[in-house]
Ligand binder design. Structure first.
Ligand code: IPM
Ligand code: MG
Length: 400
């Protein structure tokens, strides 16, 4: 019974295994990080994306153009708009990222990307893989780094989400073995786990953090999560000054909303899907997914984006101009820091905190009773330009 289907499934599985073993070999090759400051010119790609994407990416672009004006004039930095990463074009070409767009992306050193729509298979849309997931894999952007900070609640979290493995690695290559039996795959490799866990510990060490928390479901998903957890325990040995604790994802989601516990967490590291879920929860605590930015970092390339989707509903209801650009502005802070413009990154972060958390002279609500994203961005630009920015920021902090 089912001999033919089982044989076909085995063949599919064999191909998957081959590709994953090749991926491991690639991971073992050159793992040194590029030094952006050594480049003659840094090309920053700006991708609008879908839905509210072009609106909020456009505002972030204004900020980058302002902060990097000198470097742009001197030819040290180029902001390069990349068109064509839209759901319409992707459907027309039936590609997660159309070839010509991919070629253009490859010619940049880093990219700031607005959200892109991901069709899900149950909707009436073709089966195209998420552009994010494709890009993370194509550029091997293994570390998804997502900060969440709420000073009033004493929350200062840094999430290190593994970005190329887990359920995502083969998310579009699952199998309907028979019309009744669907199987997806979860992939964890030693190399893939080591590099993200190492990145989390190195970040902790560099920033004087005293705790790294590993999040898995190793009690149930024993083989893959078990591997991740045991590698984390092994790597923790190299960092005797850092406490390494581990939690299961279910209780972790509860602890993030436990006021007596949550400020103890500092750096968290986890497989892909848990990181996807946990960072949305964390962002909500900070004020909504619209407030959180995200860095997708590999050794030779990096992409910076919002953590949320393209919000087609906001566009349909004519509210795109009211969409919160903070996520993309936060992503710009991370981009600036990543390519070595630390002073500019710090200034922008302070201005963002003042405008969004402390002073709040104007407010975004996502609707016409709040300001537009352009007005909000003007407010950030004015704040960033103030000569006493640091003093003002310190005053606000002192009042907490
Ligand atoms: C994110 C998003 C993506 C993900 C989607 C758009 C594929 O939710 O960046 O967290 O699941 O990783
Ligand atoms: Mg997500």
């Amino acid at each position: 019974m089912y001999r033919q289907q089982i044989e076909a499934a085995k063949e599919h599985f064999a191909q998957i295994l081959e590709a994953q073993l090749q991926r491991i070999e690639r991971m073992q090759q050159d793992d040194s990080f590029i030094d952006y400051q050594k480049l003659d010119k840094i090309v920053i790609g700006i991708v609008g994306g879908d839905g509210i994407g072009p609106y909020i990416a456009g505002q972030a672009e204004r900020i980058l153009a302002d902060l990097l004006a000198k470097q742009i004039t001197a030819g040290k930095v180029e902001l390069r708009k990349i068109e064509g990463l839209t759901i319409e074009n992707r459907i027309a070409r039936m590609q997660a990222i159309p070839d010509d767009v991919l070629t253009e992306l490859r010619q940049c050193h880093v990219v700031l990307k607005g959200p892109t729509t991901t069709p899900d298979q149950s909707a009436d849309m073709p089966n195209i893989e998420s552009a994010n997931v494709f890009m993370r894999r194509a550029f091997d952007l293994f570390a998804n780094i997502r900060p969440v900070k709420v000073p009033e609640l004493n929350i200062d979290w840094m999430f290190f989400r593994e970005n190329t493995e887990g359920e995502y690695a083969l998310g579009s290559q699952g199998l309907n073995v028979t019309p009744e039996l669907a199987v997806d795959f979860k992939v964890t490799t030693t190399q893939g786990s080591r590099r993200i866990i190492r990145a989390a510990f190195e970040y902790a060490k560099l920033h004087g953090k005293t705790r790294v928390t590993v999040v898995t479901k190793a009690n149930v998903v024993k083989t893959t999560d078990g591997k991740f957890l045991s590698i984390a325990r092994e790597i923790a040995q190299d960092y005797p000054d850092i406490v390494c604790d581990d939690w299961y994802i279910d209780i972790m989601t509860a602890k993030l909303i436990d006021p007596s516990r949550r400020s103890e967490f500092q750096v968290m590291v986890m497989p892909n899907l848990y990181g996807d879920i946990l960072t949305d929860e964390a962002a909500q605590i900070q004020g909504g997914v619209g407030t959180a930015g995200s860095a997708n970092v590999g050794t030779k390339y990096a992409m910076f984006e919002a953590i949320h989707g393209s919000a087609p509903r906001m566009v349909a209801e004519g509210r795109a101009i009211y969409a919160d650009p903070s996520s993309m502005i936060k992503a710009s802070v991370m981009l600036l820091e990543h390519i070595g413009f630390n002073k500019e990154a710090e200034k922008l972060q302070m201005a963002l905190d003042i405008c969004s958390q402390f002073e709040q002279k104007v407010k975004l609500t996502g609707r016409s009773d709040g300001v537009t994203n352009e007005v909000y961005t003007d407010y950030i630009l004015e704040t960033v330009a103030q000569p006493d920015l640091l003093e003002r920021y310190q005053e606000f902090l002192a009042k907490l």
